[in-house]
Design a protein around this ligand. Structure first.
Ligand code: HEM
Length: 264
């Protein structure tokens, strides 16, 4: 599938939002990519929080679903980080924090914890689920189309992980009766002593990026695509968990939500 058309429309609309904001607020907002990303994905963030799986999060989660979530994260970060490692240094070197952020090794440990040794050859673990596959395909597509947009995917995952990680790992530890970071290495950012300080540094680096006029809108639009694709991963877990009324929406439908926002 290609969502280039929607992305174009979303990008245009976010450019307009920036201009509107500027009429009311201080001029500095125009150039703040970190503000544009935060404000421009606020509705998506709220929608993502309201998918059943996310809402109850680990409070009632069972081990099978948690294992599936870890598999999904593993495939997602293997793809994201191999793309970031090959494109980041050239296209956005000041935002390439591989040492601090990389989750692939942590997720390998979690995969072994949850799926046992030999997980790498287990057919259950080898292939991503359909919603994760769509997410991966999109990251690969933007990497070919416009590598800078990979940054939107990095932002959506890493800043989210750093924001909610501590709380979520505590909830998961209790709900799943785990010890320390066993099975939860994903949440253990060993090279980031203070998530708050790191997020501040990341936001400053976002704001210091030299962008062409249309790039800020495109980055915000792509972050919304990243949110939608994350929502579908949770929807898929809801379907597997037999949540009444759960449904994995087709990609186009998940993105058409943003069309409605733009049409307002
Ligand atoms: C930031 C809560 C789900 C992505 C945050 C922050 C909180 C939060 C409290 C910090 C805001 C700040 O620093 O000012 C939650 C809760 C969730 C949830 C309670 C679910 C129950 C998600 C999901 C994603 C996500 C599913 C995407 C996959 C982000 C991002 C930020 C963030 C990218 C950084 C925003 C920014 O400062 O630019 N979240 N979140 N969150 N969250 Fe979530």
């Amino acid at each position: 599938y290609s969502v280039a058309f929607q992305i174009g429309r979303m990008a245009d609309s976010f450019e307009d939002d920036e201009a509107d904001d500027n009429d009311e607020g201080p001029a500095i907002r125009r150039s703040s990519l970190s503000d544009a990303l935060k404000n421009g994905t606020a509705e998506s963030h709220e929608a993502a929080e309201n998918v059943h799986f996310v809402k109850i999060y680990y409070g009632k989660i069972d081990r099978d679903l948690y294992q599936e979530m870890v598999s999904g994260l593993y495939h997602t970060y293997v793809c994201l980080e191999s793309l970031l490692n090959s494109l980041g240094p050239k296209h956005f070197p000041t935002l390439h924090f591989a040492k601090e952020l990389s989750r692939t090794e942590a997720l390998k440990e979690d995969m072994e914890y949850w799926h046992g040794t030999g997980w790498e050859t287990d057919p259950k673990c080898r292939n991503p689920s359909p919603a994760v596959k769509d997410y991966i395909d999109r990251m690969e597509e933007v990497s070919r189309m416009d590598p800078l947009l990979l940054l939107s995917h990095a932002y959506t995952r890493y800043l989210g992980d750093l924001s909610g990680g501590k709380v979520l790992s505590r909830i998961a530890r209790r709900a799943l009766d785990l010890t320390g970071y066993d099975g939860l290495q994903f949440y253990n950012f060993e090279s980031i002593p203070s998530a708050v300080a790191f997020k501040k540094k990341y936001r400053i680096a976002l704001d210091e990026l030299a962008l062409k006029p249309d790039q800020m809108g495109k980055l915000v639009a792509e972050a919304n695509v990243a949110f939608a694709l994350n929502m579908r991963v949770f929807e898929e877990l809801d379907v597997r968990g037999k949540v009444p009324g759960a449904r994995l929406r087709p990609v186009r439908e998940a993105l058409s939500y943003y069309d409605r926002i733009i049409d307002q």
